[in-house]
Design a protein around this ligand. Sequence first.
Ligand SMILES: Cc1cc2nc3c(=O)[nH]c(=O)nc-3n(C[C@H](O)[C@H](O)[C@H](O)COP(=O)(O)OP(=O)(O)OC[C@H]3O[C@@H](n4cnc5c(N)ncnc54)[C@H](O)[C@@H]3O)c2cc1C
Length: 434
Amino acid sequence: MARKVVIVGAGPSGVLLAHYLLQRDQGYQVEIYERRNDPRSIPLSKSRTFPLVINQRGITALSNIKGLVEILKSVSIESTGSLNHEKNGKTQLIPRSQPIYILDRTQLIIMLLETLTGKYNSDRLKIYFENQCNVVDFETKTVKFSSVGNTDDTTNITVNYDLLIGADGARSQVREQFLSTDEFEVEQKYVPSAYKSIFLPANSVTSLKPGYIHTWRGSDGIAAILVHRTDSSLSGTINFPRENNLIANFSTTEEVSQFFNDQFPEIAQILPESEAEAFLNRPISSIITIRCNRYHHGDSVLLIGDAAHATSPSLGQGCNASFEDVAFFDKLLDEYSDDIAKAIAQFSLRRKPDAHALVELSDNAFPISNKLLFLEFFIRLRSAQIMHQLFPKYFSPSFLQLLSESTVPYSEILNIYKNWIAKVKRANEKFLRN
Ligand SMILES: Cc1cc2nc3c(=O)[nH]c(=O)nc-3n(C[C@H](O)[C@H](O)[C@H](O)COP(=O)(O)OP(=O)(O)OC[C@H]3O[C@@H](n4cnc5c(N)ncnc54)[C@H](O)[C@@H]3O)c2cc1C
């Protein structure tokens, strides 16, 4: 009889996992439960989204499902480098030897959902939106959901499972249930910076070149990232320290416009009044990082993606690492001939060193506010890239190349760059203390 897999969360990791399990053979039936509404049914402009960079790790995981990489490329912007904009108008280019692909999180999920529902019918795949996971009973292997749609009466349903996947993100409810189990440890930390999304219209007259990630460093730890979308509009985030930030105190659009004039004049030039107002009203998002001592419980529950190891978005790795989780779990199912209990226990054991290393790398790769250290980072990066290009046998690729253009395990990268990470960590801690 087919095994019933219940996936909580239709984010990138949950939907890709459904692809992988259904591709294995007829032995799996999948039900996905997602708290939010179906992203295919609402306009992109109304969805809560931000740009995601998909690198070699993500591409490698997607490439195991026929057609996904081609579709991803067709709905993404291909980028060959980052342009760091300085206050004096000059730019520093960080080129890439391999392209990365940029698209909105919502677009990514839509493409994963459309391809999934295009391949499998309701005999093997069911997707329920606006259903929130509340409680898991590990003994009876059941999970309770309540309907959170625009209806007055809340419907509760109880669903049984053979395998339950918590793919429900950084604030995972499935992980929350692990807290009642023996010897489960989780560390949750707030990233020192928070962010607000920003969207700039397609008709903006701008000198910003498409195909690059544009970054600016303002004063006091404030930074901006902008990328083009396929319709030539721009989207990105303004990042700023979570505490004592001026952005939280804005009450008028004039203050917003003044802020952009002072900090990011190139963005101010293309910021329409309507977006200044939308920016003012948009909520500030905070980010948490998660480290757990295990990702499975018993013989039938597994956490993947951000639910298992949410990271700071500074290195653009969270989604890529979540895709790696899925491919890794699939390999374990191969290795253990679909013995779920063994595969999930091995997932905890073998994935943990890389997941913990990723959180450490993402927290401490970039200096928050030390300009000299940032310059050192840039010089180290460029010289490593050049030396590797000239003498690939003797010099390893740069830090960013290893992260984005290879599938070298994160724990190995942390080991290679441990001195740099320790140096930045000390500087960041000092900045945050003052
Ligand atoms: C500003 C920003 C920029 C980023 N940029 C990048 C980048 O460039 N590259 C990159 O690789 N990563 C990036 N990330 C990280 C990336 O977004 C995450 O790592 C990725 O989305 C994780 O996927 P996931 O499916 O595990 O979790 P999520 O994307 O969080 O999806 C979880 C899903 O579960 C649902 N859910 C939650 N709770 C419940 C519940 N109780 N019941 C039912 N459903 C529930 C949620 O609604 C959601 O749809 C960025 C993150 C941020 C915040």
